[in-house]
Design a protein around this ligand. Structure first.
Ligand code: BTN
Length: 245
């Protein structure tokens, strides 16, 4: 595997995209100590100081566009599994693919897709994990919902080891799904078993609207299935869980 490490970049996803344009092969990884313009989901920025794992993976094997979402869900499962298997940490997934430890977000995943018609020709999978961040690294207004491995465990972790653990879980799952034509059912089942809020009452922000309901499941496209107070079931293709009980 080709790994490019930089001390400071705007965003590792941007670097990965540039490497892609230059013909970098499938599996290329880009990491950085710091990002000055880290990107999060929904157009947000991602604060990326020294001590975190800021990584992007270049995946260039084709997959039909309508299945691209499976890769982000798979990445969430692989990351949660890595924390659990390698470090014994009870990581859970908050829909769609935030990784929580003790109910606090410690990792986010941003997949950027390059498609050509119905064929996805590449996915840039960005994974940002707050590894050795301390309280001062987390914005005061986020401290009740965001944290780091170090803050939650009182221990420091090797970023390289965390990265290795994620890739060790991710690679065989990816090969099975994309190259061996394995079904998504197994990933979906594992995702559901790691889901932090299955069967809980949740509130989802959808644009300017908020909907409250019971979290029932996700389908194979990552769509969240919710049951409302009135018994009606709704499908939420994208949005954000803002509360759960
Ligand atoms: C989220 O909003 O939860 C997703 C955050 C993704 C952050 C990672 S850090 C490595 C890669 N480079 C970026 O600019 N973003 C992703």
């Amino acid at each position: 595997r080709q790994v490019t490490h930089r001390s400071r970049v705007h965003s590792t996803n941007t670097i990965a995209s540039e490497l892609l344009s230059q013909g970098a092969p499938h599996g290329t990884a880009v990491t950085a100590d710091e990002q000055s313009g880290g990107r999060g989901r929904r157009g947000r920025s991602w604060i990326s100081p020294f001590g975190g794992l800021w990584m992007s993976l270049l995946l260039t094997r084709p997959l039909p566009l309508h299945r691209a979402g499976e890769i982000t869900l798979l990445a969430g499962v692989a990351t949660a599994r890595a924390l659990e298997h390698t470090f014994g940490l009870p990581a859970r997934i908050k829909w769609p693919n935030d990784i929580l430890l003790h109910q606090k977000k410690i990792c986010g995943i941003l997949a950027e897709i390059r498609a050509d018609g119905e064929n996805v020709h590449s996915v840039i999978l960005g994974i940002g994990m707050n590894v050795n961040l301390t309280e001062n690294d987390i914005l005061p207004e986020l401290r009740n919902k965001a944290s780091s491995l170090q803050m939650e465990t009182g221990q420091r972790f090797s970023r390289a080891e965390v990265m290795g653990a994620i890739l060790n879980e991710f690679n065989p799952m990816y090969t099975e799904l994309v190259e061996n034509g394995g079904g998504f059912a197994k990933v979906q089942e594992e995702w559901l078993s790691l889901c932090a809020h299955l069967g809980d009452w949740i509130e989802v922000q959808l644009g300017t609207e908020r909907k409250r309901g019971l979290c029932l499941s996700i389908d194979r496209n990552g769509v969240l299935l919710m049951k409302m107070d009135n018994g009606q079931e709704i499908r939420v293709p994208s949005g954000e869980i803002v509360a759960s009980e």
